[in-house]
Write a protein that binds this ligand. Sequence first.
Ligand code: FAD
Length: 643
Amino acid sequence: MAAVERQQWDVVVVGAGGAGLRAAIEARERGARTAVICKSLFGKAHTVMAEGGIAAAMANANENDTWQVHFRDTMRGGKFLNQWRMAELHAREAPERVWELETWGALFDRTADGRISQRNFGGHEYPRLAHVGDRTGLELIRTLQQKVVALQQEDHRATGDHESRLKVFQECTVTRVLKDGGRVSGVFGYERETGRFLVLEAPAVILATGGIGKSFKVTSNSWEYTGDGHALALLAGAPLVNMEFVQFHPTGMVWPPSVKGILVTESVRGDGGVLRNSEGKRFMFDYVPDVFKDKYAESEEEADRWYEDPDHNRRPPELLPRDEVARAINAEVKAGRGSPHGGVFLDVSTRMPAEVVRRRLPSMYHQFKELADVDITAEPMEVGPTCHYVMGGVAVDSDTAAARGVPGLYAAGEVAGGMHGSNRLGGNSLSDLLVFGRRAGRYAAGYAHGLADRRPPVDEAQVDTAAEEALRPFTAGAGGEAGPPENPYTLHQELQQTMNDLVGIIRREGEMEQALRGLAELRVRARRAGVEGHRQFNPGWHLALDLRNMLLVSECVARAALERTESRGGHTREDHPAMDRAWRNVNLLCSLADPTGGLAAADPARAQIRLTRERTEPIRPDLLALFEKEELVKYLAEEELYE
Ligand code: FAD
C-alpha cells in the first residue's frame, strides 16, 4: 500500500477559514495540541472574500440595538426554522467576538467619535455590520492568522519549536474521517503538491470546510467549495439538516460571461444603492411580502428619508432579506423587464458622489472597472442572482458544535446547519464563524482532554481503503467498469449545469425528479472518472476526487428540495409557492443510505441518501415572548400556537 505519513494531535481542524482558525486558536489556548489542515494556501480561504461586514449588536450606530433585536431579525430572516438556541447564542456572543478581534489587532472602520462603525444590511433592523470598507473578510483572516503566529511564537519560546502546539498543513485535502467503532480517531488526506498521503491521528476533528456552491454553475463561491465537509460528515455517519435551503444572493455580476456570478456586495444597497428594471422603475416596492409589510417603506420618498432618519421612517424594500430580493429580480427578468444581459440595474451613481462610492465601495469600483469596463460612479451595474451560501449542513448540538451521533466530530461555520434556518442574513456568517468556531474549539479540546490516554486507535484497514479510494481515478476505466474513462472536468460541468437548471432558484417537482435521475447517471459515470499522469501537481486528479463530495451534497439538496412542499427562505417551489405553517416545525435530515459509510461497494445508480423527518425543538417561551403574537401567528404551526 502507498506510503502514508503519520502524526498525532489532540484536535484536528479541517479548514482554515474564519471558523477553522477561530476554533484552532481556542483549542490551542485550552491546551490541546492542534493541527489545522486546509486545501488552499494558508490565508486564502473563502472567508477572505467576505465583503460587507460582521453582524453584531454593539449599538454603536443606533443605541436601541440589543442582542434580542438581533435574535429577532435572525429568526425572521430564517423564517423561524433556525435552531433557535444557536440564533440566541450567536446574537448574545457576537459583540464580544468582534471586540476580541479588535484586541487581536483588527482595524475596523470608525464612527466620527471613534467607535467601530456599523452599516445597514438587508433584514437587520439597525445598522449592525462592523466593517473594513468592503474587505472585511480579509481583515478578519489577517487578524486570526496574526493571532496564530503570535501563539506559535509563544510556543517557540516555551518549547523551541514553533509548531509544537499549533501547526498548519496547507494545500492538503482531507478525504476521510477515520473512526474506531463509533468514535473519531483521525483524518486521512493528501498533499496537493506532492500527492503524498497523510494520516493525522486525533480523537477530535472539527469540520470547518465552508460551503457547496461549486455544485452550481453560477456561483459567487471559489474553487474550494465542493461540499467536502458535508460529505465527510455524511460518510462518517453524521446527518445533514435542511439541505434544501441554498441561498441565491440577489446581486451577482451577469456580464461578461467569464465573471458571471461574482458577488456584488449587499453593502451597495445598504449604503443607498437602488434596484431598477429596464423601465427605470424601482420595482422592489411591488415585492414586499405580507409578513414584512409593516416594516418596509411604501414609497420612494419614505425609503429615501430612512437613510437620514431611520427611527421615524421604514426601510427601503431593497433591504428585504436576500431570498425576497432574489425572487423579485428573477420575476422582473422573466417578465421581460430585465437588463440587456439578463439581470436588472443596481445604481449607486445617482445616489452618492463619486468619491464616496470609491471610498465606501473600493472593491466594487475596481471589480466592475477591471472585469466589466463599467464605471459604477457614472453608470448602473447589471446584476442577477448567484448561488452564494448553504444554510443546510451538519446537524450539530447548539451549545457544543458536536456533530450528531459521532463522538469526537464537531462542525462550525458554513458547513454546520441550523443557525440560519431557511435563509441567512448578510453579515451573520462572519459572526457565526467566530461564535461557533470558538465553541467548537473549546468543546473539542475538552473532549480530547477528557479521554486522557483512552484514545481511539486508527484502524489500518480504513487507512488502506481510504488510500485505495484516493488512487482509484488512476485506474478508472481499466478496472472492468462498462464504458470509457470519463473526464472529471466534463463531469463537474454537467453536474453544475444540472443543479443550476433543475434545482436552482425556482424549483419544480418534475425538474427535481429529472435532476435526481441525472445525478444517478453522473454517479455511474463518475466511477469511471479517470486521470493520467501521476500524483504530483495533478489538478485533474483533485477534480476527480471532489466529484464524490459534490454528487453526495447535490443529491441531498435535490432530495430535500423535492420533499419540502412549500416555499420558505432559500427554497422556492413554483408548484407550492406559499410558506406553509405546517412545515415550520419540520427538519429534513439526510444520511447515507449505506450506514457503513462504504460508497465503493454500493451500486452508484441507486440512491446514496436516505431522507427522514424530525420535529424541531419547541422555541423557549422567553424567546418567543420577544415577538408580537400577531407576528407569531404568521409563522408558527397550528399546534405550536396552541401549546
Ligand atoms: P471558509 O472560509 O470557506 O474556509 C473553508 C476552509 O476549508 C478553507 O481553508 C478550505 O481550504 C478548507 N477545506 C475545504 N475542504 C477541505 C478539505 N477537504 N480538506 C482540507 N481543507 C478543506 N458573510 C458575512 O457574514 N459577511 C459578508 O460580508 C460576506 N461576504 C461574502 C462575500 C462573498 C464573495 C462570499 C462568497 C461570501 C460572503 N459571505 C459573507 C459568506 C462568508 O464569507 C462565508 O460563509 C464564510 O467565510 C465561510 O467561512 P468558513 O470558515 O465556514 O469557511
